[in-house]
Design a binder for this molecule. Structure first.
Ligand code: AP5
Length: 211
């Protein structure tokens, strides 16, 4: 299964991708995670992109596509993968077509109100990357990661100004991909409003394991 998860910031792409990756035994490839890892390790890429990411703007298409192309050449991606957060522009989608053939693009459909609620309550673990929400996916102990017991933090780009910028960026640059992939006959839109377990069950009906 070679899939792209598309949707506005906070739609739940990462949450669903993590579950699907576990369930189907394919890698979850998130450009956002790759960029945040580069920033936390202070690599030259990390230094170059930190301000862009924190502001809610997009990293340039060439840098992003080169990173994804390299990642998809790894052995674990040969039989399938989930691309979470890539492509995010028409130019990136055209670049992806040059090095990969997709099976489907899953478009997570959600209201703007829910997006703001999800992003403003999100807490992440800076050590293992686990994802929580102060109301919807609470950790067992407030502020502490269930998996590695580190203190949870708020992502820099989950602050109010950056959330607004990210939603604007999504509308201007990523939303047109819905039409792009509809024309490619790859688009499947799913309701991202229900609880994560219900969305996963719907996903499994669309992609039974024995397909
Ligand atoms: P990235 O990390 O990809 O951010 P994003 O697309 O804005 O997506 P998010 O991670 O914010 O949200 P999500 O949809 O994964 O939701 P999540 O599952 O976490 O990218 C960050 C930045 O990197 C970009 O702004 C850009 O600068 C750069 N970048 C990345 N890719 C790029 C590209 N291709 N080109 C250029 N630049 C790029 O869920 C959100 C919250 O809601 C969580 O708290 C979660 O617990 C909760 N939640 C999830 N599902 C549910 C549910 N069903 N019900 C209730 N709560 C839920």
């Amino acid at each position: 299964m070679k899939l792209v998860f598309l949707g506005p910031p906070g739609a739940g792409k990462g949450t669903l991708a993590a579950e699907v990756a576990k369930d189907y035994g394919i890698p979850h490839i998130s450009t956002g995670v790759m960029f945040r890892t580069a920033i936390s390790k202070h690599t030259s890429l990390g230094e170059k992109i930190k301000k862009i990411i924190d502001s809610g703007a997009l990293v340039d298409d060439e840098t992003t596509a080169a990173l994804v192309k390299e990642r998809l050449s790894a052995a674990d991606a040969r039989n399938g993968f989930i691309l979470d957060g890539f492509p995010r522009t028409i130019v990136q989608a055209e670049m992806l077509k040059q090095f990969c053939t997709l099976d489907a693009v899953i478009n997570l459909d959600i209201s703007d109100e829910a997006v703001v609620e999800r992003l403003s309550g999100r807490r992440i673990c800076p050590s293992c990357g686990s994802n929580f929400h102060v109301s919807f996916m609470k950790p067992q102990t407030d502020g502490i990661c269930d998996n590695c017991h580190s203190m949870l933090i708020i992502r820099e780009d989950d602050k109010a100004d950056a959330i607004i910028k990210r939603i604007e960026t999504y509308r201007a640059q990523t939303f047109p991909l819905i039409e792009f992939y509809r024309n490619e006959h790859l688009l499947i839109t799913v309701d991202a409003q229900p609880a994560p377990s219900a969305i996963l069950e719907n996903f499994k009906k669309l992609f039974p394991h024995n397909l």
